[in-house]
Design a protein around this ligand. Structure first.
Ligand code: SF4
Length: 346
């Protein structure tokens, strides 16, 4: 797989705008990496192409809004160790690696993603497996990062076998954007490795954000998972000037459903540092979702949800208790455990 990793290399493909040229990598941004596959999908003539926006950095990322944070979901506060996050009673997230083949400019885990720490060590894997072995309330593990499939097949196999040995019953969610970024990674050998761990289901969780990402190669990758018996779910992020349009989302979700992928979540963008340019105001998001629900079937409709700031947890919009505060500057959202969390209204 070849990647474009510098602005200089990127200029060989695209006429960069002044904002794109002015981007600087710093501790609050994710690195620049774009796969050749994804570059082939970008409209080179359109500087506001929705695919380009997701992967080509811009200097707007170098500025953070006051309510943004490097760790808006408070994962560090809920970490068992450097790699294992236990935020919800019945599931944990294991940060397999911080590396991705392509870095999304909206990435919510930028406190960790692309920090060049590499895959978890054997000690971190074994310690985390020991934790899930002694916590029977944990029913699912999210293998996430970073992108899990940057691991070689043998490293992935070793990792899963350690968790499976500790808890053969543990449901695995394999979180990967490879079907979008480099679909050829989903080959027969990977499928063979995953199929060998059949004591409990493995669910594939991916992230398509725009219908043009669902190209022929991506459809082949998805069909490989499905033919092998793995269910595939999609978690999209609602992104300004990418997919903040009910017609675009309808095309995406109907397209996914047509190839056997269940649209699972549509996430409001997290309040992570440097991503305000992508954030859709909540009021607009609610209206987009309302219109979307009139366009697609219940099966094609994901759940619209916010991960609330300061680790407030995941709340489904539509069923949540939601009101504006008297100043009009914040929404007040009631969490399932009864707390009231503020969310900026812009
Ligand atoms: S693939 Fe996931 S972890 Fe990697 S940059 Fe994109 S959103 Fe972040």
């Amino acid at each position: 797989m070849s990647q474009i990793r510098t602005l200089e290399a990127l200029e060989g493909y695209l006429d960069l705008t002044a904002d794109e040229k002015a981007w600087r990598e710093d501790s609050s941004t994710v690195p620049l990496a774009i796969t050749e596959h994804y570059m082939s999908l970008i409209d080179k003539e359109d500087s506001s192409d929705p695919l380009r926006r997701q992967v080509v950095p811009s200097s707007v990322e170098n500025h953070s809004a006051v309510w943004e944070d490097m760790d808006p979901l408070a994962e560090e506060a809920h970490s068992v160790n450097h790699r294992l996050v236990h935020r919800y009673r019945n599931r944990v997230a294991f940060l397999v690696t911080d590396i991705c083949p392509m870095y999304c400019r909206h990435c919510f885990r930028r406190r960790f993603t692309g920090t060049m720490q590499g895959p978890a060590s054997l000690r971190e894997i074994e310690e985390s497996a020991g934790y899930v072995a002694s916590h029977c309330e944990v029913k699912e593990i999210l293998l996430t990062g970073g992108d899990v499939l940057t691991l070689s097949d043998s490293s992935l196999s070793n990792l899963i076998s350690i968790f499976r040995k500790a808890r053969p019953d543990l449901i695995i969610r394999l979180c990967t954007r490879y079907p979008v970024s480099d679909p050829k990674r989903i080959d027969n050998e990977l499928i063979r490795v995953l199929k060998s761990f059949d004591s409990a289901p493995i669910y594939v969780m991916t992230q398509f954000n725009h219908p043009r990402e669902l190209c022929d190669e991506s459809k082949i990758a998805i069909s490989r998972f499905l033919s092998a018996g793995f269910s595939v779910f999609n978690q999209s992020v609602l992104l300004r000037n990418v997919n903040d349009d009910p017609e675009v989302l309808a095309k995406l979700f109907e397209g996914l459903l047509a190839v056997g992928v269940k649209p699972y979540y549509l996430f409001q963008g997290d309040l992570v540092s440097g991503t305000s340019d992508f954030r859709v105001p909540l009021e607009k998001g609610i209206e987009i979702f309302r219109q979307l629900s009139e366009l697609v079937s219940g099966l094609a409709l994901p759940v619209y949800a916010i991960d609330l700031p300061n680790g407030g947890g995941k709340v489904t919009i539509g069923t949540g208790d939601l009101s504006k505060d008297p100043s009009g500057e914040f929404w007040q959202i009631r969490t399932p455990d009864g707390k009231c969390v503020k969310y900026p209204a812009i």
